[in-house]
Design a protein. Structure first.
Length: 106
């Protein structure tokens, strides 16, 4: 993935409005060897980013694949989060799209 397409100002506005985060802080989370830090960033982006696919490009392909696969959708706000996770699975992992409203009809 290439980080030049990531709009850090938008990420801060969407996902980190309650924190004092810089673009360097966000990139450090994405590149961290600490899985918990990557999971924190992934969940913030999944739940709040207005540019979901572009924002996920902050992660390298291997990390993103792992984060998507391992993410357990919580009971709270389940339908919304499950849809967004499935969109990521479809877009990045080539898995089936289960969100009926987004499927093409013949």
């Amino acid at each position: 993935m290439t980080n030049h397409v990531v709009n850090y100002n938008q990420l801060i506005k969407d996902c980190f409005w309650e924190y004092s985060m810089s673009s360097d802080d966000i990139l450090a989370l994405a590149k961290s060897d600490d899985l918990k830090e990557q999971e924190f960033l992934f969940e913030k982006l999944l739940l709040n980013s207005t540019r979901l696919f572009k924002s996920m490009e902050i992660f390298d392909r291997e990390s993103l694949s792992h984060l998507i696969s391992m993410y357990a959708v919580p009971k709270f706000n389940h339908d919304f989060i499950a849809r967004r996770k499935n969109m990521l699975e479809y877009y990045f992992l080539d898995k089936p799209l289960t969100v009926n409203e987004l499927k093409w009809t013949a």
